[in-house]
Design a protein around this ligand. Structure first.
Ligand SMILES: [Zn+2]
Length: 260
């Protein structure tokens, strides 16, 4: 079991060879991939993929970059989409004060509205946080009853602590293999039963694939690096993170017959 919790598999970057990308992942031991639907368009594509392949599930939400588009129509869309059984989480959502593609007040409004919809649907939320630790921590603290995944974690200790106090999950990406990665302490401070693994493909390809398109197979490099930091055998880390992913996203165990 190697569960990959965050890949933008619906991204056009995979249009030319998506079946081959997935085949490489399955052969490499990946057993499930959560495809992120970070916009209505991406969510439609990701849901179509998940409906055709039992080893995929999907999310639906509005990325902070697009938060200025948040509207009552989008809220109605998301509320309904989150009721779909193959949509296992809301997001990705959050705050990005590095790029500021949407005004910060609009980002906060879209983020809090989506957390409320996640709570209503009884589903977890996948969080993107960049240079906005304080506001993300404050908003999460205001929504203690939503289980969240801090995705591609690269934030400071205050957000990690706030998240862990609230019982959240922390997902590490290929960034942990980068030469300028300085957050091994966050890997150590996250309890083993809260750790998740991802690639965030097509972005952030891990070493030794840096500079190329990222793909789900490469989650293996993330697993190896995180296991090394924790001083655990890779397979033990992989098994623990798979159990965590199955728990937080309520993934159904696959029987041999259900594999398509
Ligand atoms: Zn992402």
């Amino acid at each position: 079991m190697l569960i990959h919790t965050h890949c933008h598999l619906a991204d056009p970057a995979y249009d030319a060879d998506r079946p081959a990308v997935l085949e490489r992942a399955w052969r490499g031991g990946v057993t499930h991939v959560v495809c992120i639907g970070e916009s209505p368009q991406a969510s439609d594509r990701a849901l179509a993929l998940a409906e055709a392949e039992r080893r995929l599930s999907t999310t639906a939400g509005v990325h902070p970059h697009d938060a200025s588009q948040w509207s009552p129509d989008l809220a109605a869309w998301l509320g309904e989409r989150l009721r779909h059984p193959r949509v296992v989480a809301a997001g990705e959502m959050g705050l990005d004060y590095h790029y500021d593609h949407s005004p910060r007040d609009r980002q906060r409004a879209a983020f809090t509205a989506q957390l409320a919809l996640a709570r209503e649907a009884g589903k977890p939320a996948v969080i993107h946080a960049r240079e906005a630790d304080e506001d993300v921590a404050a908003i999460l603290t205001d929504h203690p009853d939503v289980t969240v995944v801090l995705h591609s974690f690269s934030s400071g200790p205050a957000l990690l602590r706030a998240g862990l106090v609230l019982g959240q999950y922390v997902s590490f990406s290929g960034m942990v293999t980068f030469r300028n990665w300085r957050l091994d302490q966050a890997i150590l401070d996250t309890p083993l039963d809260r750790l998740l693994l991802e690639t965030d493909g097509p972005y952030l390809a891990p070493v030794p694939h840096r500079g190329t398109r990222n793909e789900p197979l490469y989650v293996r490099h993330v697993a190896e690096r995180v296991a090394g930091v924790r001083g655990l055998p890779v397979e033990e880390l992989v098994a623990a993170t798979a159990a965590n992913a199955a728990r937080v996203f309520r993934l159904q165990p696959l029987t041999p017959e259900s594999r398509t």
